[in-house]
Write a protein that binds this ligand. Structure first.
Ligand code: SF4
Length: 250
């Protein structure tokens, strides 16, 4: 029987630039494909036949194009080598995209093997709750988005996000919301209500829209007001921009 495969865009070592794991070094496994089309998306999300770019030396950007689909054996061989050569450097694997849960058939086989090498951190748009249920036992940390209409252009995803968070809360989880100048108070209130309905101790990260040159696209006072609103329902609300854009990283 053929082994499940997935189209990958990139595999590389870098510093996590968003959310609660910010600043930690991770191995990023970036999957192609997404089930949403957010207005601010800066990620190649299409399914193409383009090769996957695999870094040979962690953090040195010596990428080698590798034919898709990439096998699990190719990935584990690479990461085992990095673990031997650079012991203790990497905190975890970032399973990211696109939307990595679109590749759930591969992940069902891959995650147990990858988790033997490093803890698994899932970065997800927080929509595919049925798939998360299948995979949750093989994931250590979840960073999930709530997509609000004013920044993402996506509407009425609230119930999907709540269902997703109910399952994600079985593990360490935080929620991230990208906010901008057009974001309205009711959107932040709705986010706070969804998160607190599951667990008021789950951290909420308010991430200001950050342009490619590192410029923040929302006034700082507005960010503070949003934090005050979210704190009505939640115990831990942080404002964290995308730091990798300041550093010029991938
Ligand atoms: S969920 Fe993420 S990858 Fe998908 S379109 Fe939105 S920003 Fe892009």
């Amino acid at each position: 029987m053929n082994k499940p495969t997935a189209e990958l865009a990139e595999v590389f070592s870098s510093v996590q630039g968003e959310g609660m794991l910010i600043g930690l070094r991770q191995v990023f496994i970036r999957f192609r494909g997404c089930n949403l089309e957010c207005d601010y998306c800066d990620t190649q999300t299409d399914h193409t036949t383009e090769p996957c770019l695999i870094e040979q030396t962690p953090g040195r950007r010596d990428f080698v194009p590798t034919a898709n689909p990439v096998s699990l054996e190719r990935l584990t061989h690479l990461i085992e080598g990095w673990q031997r050569g650079w012991p203790g450097v990497h905190h975890s694997l970032s399973i990211t995209g696109g939307e990595p849960l679109m590749s759930h058939q591969a992940l069902i086989e891959w995650l147990p093997a990858l988790r033997n090498l490093l803890p698994v951190y899932l970065e997800t748009n927080g929509m595919m709750h049925a798939v998360l249920k299948l995979l949750i036992d093989h994931i250590d940390i979840i960073g999930m988005d709530i997509k609000i209409p004013s920044t993402s252009g996506c509407t009425d995803l609230w119930d999907d996000h709540r269902h997703f968070l109910e399952t994600a809360a079985e593990k360490e989880v935080f929620v991230k919301v990208v906010v901008g100048e057009d974001t309205e108070d009711w959107e932040i209130i709705r986010c706070g209500e969804i998160v607190s309905s599951v667990d008021e101790t789950i951290p909420l990260v308010l991430q200001p829209v950050t342009r490619a040159n590192g410029v923040i696209g929302i006034h700082p006072v507005k960010m503070l007001e949003f934090q005050e609103i979210a704190c009505r329902n939640l115990q831990e609300v942080r404002i964290i921009p995308q730091t990798h854009k300041f550093m010029g990283q991938l």
